[in-house]
Design a binder for this molecule. Structure first.
Ligand SMILES: [Zn+2]
Ligand SMILES: [Zn+2]
Length: 380
């Protein structure tokens, strides 16, 4: 076989073979150029997601102030509408009930405003810089600095955060060691607040949206022609719009309660619709988030640790071992630690009312369930 003949035998003959050949050749070419010993699926997906991460990291930071402004505006609008529409409605119905609702409403508002302000303005806590951290357990690859336990790097803030939970765009702040309690209480009180507005505004809203303006509906709509009685008691039809006034009789007067002056029906409808949408949406969003964070607190973990603990449980289960979260001291103590109900603090003073008490410890050292017995006086 001559050399040319051999070559012809090796080369693809049909179009499909040519295409396959080119495809295989191109694939080998790209593989040989991009070969990396550490390459795996998660690394590849990380690289592909990089533009999205970049977008979130950069724009969350820029959009943060607008989000905070939106929260303040929406909350203010809801409170103003409660005063404008809800207060006169309840005052006309029952004055004692109004006093009770005003007390509860203001207590909720105080807690919502205080915890939002504190969650947004309190620094979550950062590891000390340019200092030796004895507690450090690892090195942050992005800060190139020591990382204490439970500390994680926030790519939006671009620094390490103590006991980091997540970066919250609505607060334009990281949620971590110092402000986790404020964040949780803000969500809890806002959920209760929206539930409160829905419960005590339901009848009013239902009346406006589904019946008519005053919440009154004709059970059997009137039919026929308008009539009036003449002096001899006979019914005579009213044929003209001004018939009543033109017959020389004084206009009828009554002592029935005059309906309160409401805004125009279409304005009222719009306002009620706004209230219904915003309160129901907030209740669903923050209510489910509060429930989720409550489970995490009960288990003694943060949002980030929930992922870590889940994968650790899986990894150790494969090795026939049982994983235990080192910061889980049992539901009761986990809640006490989270709410700072240690050192003789009480729930009615430090949870039901605004309180600026600091969380237990320094955010760098963390007791684990194994150490609590020999912690002595340090353990709360
Ligand atoms: Zn870092
Ligand atoms: Zn952050």
């Amino acid at each position: 076989m001559s050399r040319i003949q051999w070559r012809l035998r090796e080369l693809p003959k049909t179009i499909s073979q040519t295409v396959r050949f080119r495809w295989q050749y191109g694939k080998q070419c790209i593989r040989s150029l991009t070969y990396n010993h550490h390459m795996n699926q998660s690394y590849a997906s990380d690289v592909c997601m990089e533009p999205i991460f970049w977008f979130v990291d950069n724009f969350t930071h820029l959009l943060g102030p607008f989000f905070v402004f939106a929260v303040i505006c929406l909350t203010t609008a809801v409170v103003v509408i409660c005063y404008w529409i809800g207060l006169p409605y309840w005052w006309n119905r029952n004055r004692y009930m109004t006093v009770f609702l005003m007390t509860v409403g203001h207590w909720l508002l105080l807690n919502v405003a205080y915890n939002f302000y504190m969650a947004a303005s309190t620094s979550p806590g950062y590891p000390p810089e340019k200092e030796l951290i004895a507690e450090a357990v690892s090195i942050c690859k992005k800060c190139i600095s020591p990382k204490p336990p439970r500390t994680h790097h926030c790519s939006v803030c671009n620094r390490c955060v103590l006991k980091m939970d997540h970066h919250c765009p609505w607060l334009n702040n990281c949620v971590g060691y110092n402000n986790h309690r404020y964040f949780f209480l803000y969500m809890l009180y806002t959920s209760i607040g929206t539930l409160f507005i829905i419960a005590f505004g339901f009848e009013l809203g239902y009346g406006v949206l589904f019946l008519d303006e005053g919440g009154w509906k004709e059970v059997e709509p009137l039919q026929g022609h308008p009539v009036r009685f003449n002096l001899s008691g006979h019914i005579i039809p009213v044929t003209e719009m001004n018939d009543y006034e033109s017959d020389g009789m004084a206009p009828a007067k009554h002592d029935l309660p005059v309906p309160q002056a409401h805004p125009r029906p279409e304005t009222l409808r719009g306002v009620i619709l706004f209230m219904a949408l915003i309160n129901v949406a907030t209740l669903f969003a923050l209510g489910s988030l509060t429930a989720w964070h409550s489970t995490l607190i009960t288990r003694g973990e943060t949002s980030i640790e929930a992922h870590i603990n889940k994968s650790e449980t899986k990894r150790l289960a494969a090795l026939d071992k049982v994983y235990r979260n080192p910061y889980d001291f049992g539901p009761r103590q986990n809640w006490q630690l989270f709410l700072g109900l240690t050192r003789k603090r009480t729930w009615w003073r430090h949870v039901l009312l605004p309180s600026s008490h600091k969380p237990e410890g320094n955010g760098l050292t963390w007791f684990t369930y194994e150490q609590t017995t020999d912690a002595g006086d340090e353990w709360p």
